[in-house]
Ligand binder design. Structure first.
Ligand code: MN
Length: 204
C-alpha cells in the first residue's frame, strides 16, 4: 500500500462524493481542468495533469484572458486524476464543503523551458515557473504560473501570455459561469441537493 496522500488524509470517502482513485490514461495530450468551487470562499481550482496526479492551485478571482492581470494562485495538494471529472456537492463538515462544477476542461501543451531546452512539467512546477498552452472551451492560448514571495508561504501568480487568444474584454469568469460538462452553475448544484434532500423527507 502506498502511503496516504495529503488528499486522502483530508477526506472521509464514505461521506464525500469526491473520487478516491487515480486511473491512468493512455497516450494523447495531458489534460487541464478549472473547477469553480463555492466553498468557504469562492475560488477556481486550476489543475494540470502532471504524471499520475493533478497539480493544483486555488485561484480566488479565476483565470483572466487579459495579460495585464496577475491572478493570485495558492498551491493546494495534488489531486487524483479522476478528480478531473468531478462535479457535485461536497457535504457540510467535509473538507471543502460546497458545490463544485467543471468550469473548463481540455488538453494542454507544455511550453516550459530552461536554458533554451524543453523542461518537463513536473520539473517546471518544482522550479516554480510553468508555461502551458491551453486548449479548452473557455480558455485557450498560453498561460504562465510563477512562484513568488517567501519560502515559508509560497504564492503563485497565474498570468495570460500575450498571444492571439489574449483578450482584455472577454472575461469568461463573469460571462460564462456555467459548467462545460452539464451547463449547471454552482448555484444549480447547491439547489439540486437541497431538492434531493426534500424529496427524501430529510431535514436540511
Ligand atoms: Mn477548491
Amino acid at each position: 500500500m502506498a502511503a496516504q496522500s495529503e488528499y486522502e488524509r483530508k477526506r472521509e470517502f464514505d461521506r464525500t462524493p469526491e473520487p478516491r482513485g487515480s486511473r491512468r490514461r493512455g497516450g494523447s495530450s495531458p489534460r487541464f481542468v478549472v473547477q469553480k468551487h463555492d466553498a468557504t470562499s469562492l475560488h477556481y481550482d486550476f489543475r494540470l495533469e502532471v504524471g499520475d496526479v493533478l497539480k493544483s492551485w486555488a485561484v480566488p478571482k479565476g483565470p483572466s484572458t487579459d495579460p495585464r492581470d496577475k491572478r493570485l494562485a495558492m498551491p493546494t495538494e495534488d489531486h487524483p486524476l479522476d478528480y478531473i471529472d468531478f462535479e457535485g456537492l461536497i457535504p457540510d463538515e467535509q473538507y471543502g464543503a460546497g458545490p463544485v462544477i467543471v468550469w473548463d476542461v481540455g488538453t494542454y501543451q507544455n511550453l516550459s523551458e530552461a536554458d533554451g531546452a524543453e523542461l518537463d512539467p513536473a520539473d517546471a512546477v518544482e522550479k516554480g515557473h510553468v508555461k502551458v498552452w491551453l486548449d479548452g472551451e473557455k480558455l485557450s492560448g498560453g498561460y504562465a504560473l510563477t512562484r513568488t514571495g517567501g519560502a515559508g508561504r509560497p504564492r503563485w501568480l497565474l498570468v495570460k501570455l500575450r498571444d492571439a487568444a489574449a483578450d482584455a474584454r472577454r472575461n469568461p469568469v463573469s460571462s460564462r459561469p456555467e459548467s462545460v460538462r452539464s451547463g449547471r452553475t454552482v448555484e444549480d448544484v447547491a439547489a439540486d441537493d437541497v431538492a434531493a434532500d426534500d424529496d427524501q423527507g430529510r431535514s436540511r
